[in-house]
Design a protein around this ligand. Sequence first.
Ligand code: SAH
Ligand code: F3S
Length: 450
Amino acid sequence: MPSVYIKTYGCQMNERDSEAVAAQLVTKGYTLAPSETLADVILLNTCSVRDFAEQKAIGKMQNIAAETRRARPGVVLGFMGCMAQSRGRELIDQLPDVDLVLGTQKFHRAGDYLDEILAGRRKQIVDVAEESGSEATIREHLLNGSAKKSVSAFVSIMQGCNQYCTFCIVPYTRGEERSRTIPDIVAECRQLVAAGVREITLLGQIVNSFAKRDIPVRDGLSAFVQLLEAVHAIDGLERIRFTSPHPKGYGDDLIAAYARLPKLCESAHLPLQSGSDRILKLMHRGYTRERFATIIQKLRAARPNVGITTDIIVGFPGETDADFAQTLELCREVRFDNAFIFKYSERRDTPAAAMPDQVPQEVREQRNAALLELINGIGREKYDAYVGQTVQILVEGPSKKNAARLTGRTRCNKIVLFEGADRHLGQLMDLKITRTGSFTLYGDPAIVNL
Ligand code: SAH
Ligand code: F3S
């Protein structure tokens, strides 16, 4: 049987989609190649959120094509995911060596299409059509791949986005918002837990919009909180996370869920994008800085030590020094544990790309550097405060950088490295933090009770 190598760019949804495709192919008998140089099928699962991510994947495919086409002409090359969806056949026109272009609603067809290409029945396949029901097709998991995968799993609860933030390409690449049903999601979670998973992260572009048109509010609980309750009731599951909620529509029922549901980990990724009301409006975000700050206050009241991370865009069209100063000020006020900072990138066909007053590249760079310095400084103080504390971690597996160390996450979603033993794998354990690195904690299980 052939071997496959999948390289993933971008977000956790993409990681999850790649895992589902890999698992689908393994079920058909494929093996997973450790690198592209050995694989019979090479798939790049792409990201379109910024131009940089697209150029990286295109450059990578050019290199792979140049190498494999000479030495191993039979290797099948494919693009999947967001860039495959937005560019479609254009990718094959640009890179004629590419055999497969698979859109975001077609991951479940990967196996069939590869069969046809490998058997020589079809030469090149492009499928970026919409498919109703595709939101429920991302379900296979690779549980025996690594220790990391088997204790912690992602579950996709919905696809698409209807918010149309003016900078964002996702509504075009991922389509209309479509949610799975609660019983379907719970059944998948139950299977994962039966297979040894202890932590589940529910994934969607705006999770708090989950099924809001399909499932009515019940006893004051939105559909998403009803889903959280149903997942929470699964015996043997220890930890629940979700990403990402949107500040718009972040209801008090969700805050109350943090106070009520002990398995819900005290960590939250809440994308801010900007601290200026004027820019938030131009972005079509649907909330103000005050509303954002209020959500954070309420979350902290419900769970005082909640770890909070965010996404921020610098250099959105029309962003002045005064607007940017408001972002800095809000970050000083909120004190995020960490933030992903993005330099605004024009995406074709999005309204922001045609807005006046595009910010010069060097100003985007300067604002990026200034915000990074602030975020890193606050992050360092927050991480340093952990030294001497005992935290609970779920041990995921060996650290990527140093296989002699194990890695796990605290309930607040901070990575902890420690020198452990095989018997710690997959365990929930307490350890004492001895020192910190850059957005990393180091712990020692031996001194937990001292
Ligand atoms: N709803 C998703 C967001 C997906 S895009 C979520 O909350 O998980 C992920 C992040 O990429 C966004 O939060 C935003 O900060 C950034 N982003 C999106 N479009 C961008 C663009 N055109 N330029 C720069 N950053 C962008
Ligand atoms: Fe993109 Fe805004 Fe949706 S950032 S994914 S359009 S919530």
